[in-house]
Design a protein around this ligand. Structure first.
Ligand code: FE2
Ligand code: FE2
Length: 251
């Protein structure tokens, strides 16, 4: 496999199951997709040989449902958007309401001995509030515009230019917000010493750490689909509409 000189994003899209390998090895494939694999390995403290070997093995495994990046690059964008909302936005909203009371319960029993849990709670609450607003903006502003753009393009109809000028503006904002979510997750991971359970942790503690790790993993996949597949395709589509002169009157 030729990985030298490739970016994490390129490999995530080209190699089946690559995102599962990156997740397991702690390689940032969503916000840090623009890094070369060599650079990403240095940040994650793993060797290039280890990653190459794991990628070669993963490539032979069947692709997990919902993780088929090759088809997400081909399906109409409205299908990808529906998948993001139904799977990932739904998951975030559901887990935010489940994890919050779990945190409160674990802090009530273990907070005095583990004050770092209070910082985890602070970070998680901030992350939750940000994500709810973020998803609202995607669902109300960005996604409807991309769907309309695709519809007009397929019918060769003129597209009304959006109030935000070009799709690149909300995309830039969404990507900054993804960075901020990624950084909150990294802080939570560091505060919990990579989700290492302390001696004497109860079942609730274990469920909390499991839930936080699942939340992190889902958010990585969610951001990967947006940053690495949806957003570049939306920019390309808008470019095509402009190039064919299909830019209509303003909204
Ligand atoms: Fe999203
Ligand atoms: Fe997003």
């Amino acid at each position: 496999m030729l990985v030298a000189g490739k970016t994490v994003r390129e490999l995530a899209l080209e190699v089946p199951n690559a995102t599962r390998v990156f997740e397991r090895l702690g390689i940032d494939y969503c916000c840090g997709g623009g890094r070369s694999l060599e650079e990403a390995c240095a940040v994650a403290h793993v060797t290039l040989e280890d990653v190459e070997r794991s990628l070669a093995e993963a490539e032979k495994q069947p692709v997990e449902a919902g993780h088929d990046d090759a088809s997400w690059q081909r399906v109409p964008l409205f299908g990808l958007i529906a998948h993001i909302i139904q799977k990932h936005h739904y998951f975030v909203r559901r887990e935010l309401t489940r994890i919050e009371p779990l945190l409160v319960r674990v802090i009530a029993s273990h907070g005095p001995a583990h004050p770092e849990l209070l910082e985890v709670q602070r970070q998680f609450r901030g992350l939750g509030e940000e994500l709810l607003q973020h998803m609202e903006k995607e669902e109300q502003i960005l996604f409807p515009y991309v769907t309309r753009l695709e519809e007009c393009e397929s019918r060769r109809q003129p597209v009304a230019p959006p109030r935000f000028g070009t799709v690149e503006n909300p995309i830039r904002m969404m990507m900054q917000e993804h960075e901020s979510a990624g950084s909150a997750l990294r802080t939570i991971r560091a505060k919990t010493d990579n989700y290492r359970l302390p001696a004497g942790a109860c079942a609730g503690y274990e469920s909390l750490f499991r839930a936080l790790q699942d939340f992190e993993q889902d958010l990585h996949q969610h951001i990967h689909l947006e940053n690495n597949i949806l957003f570049p395709r939306a920019v390309e589509l808008e470019g095509k509409a402009r190039a064919r002169g299909g830019w209509g009157e303003a909204d």
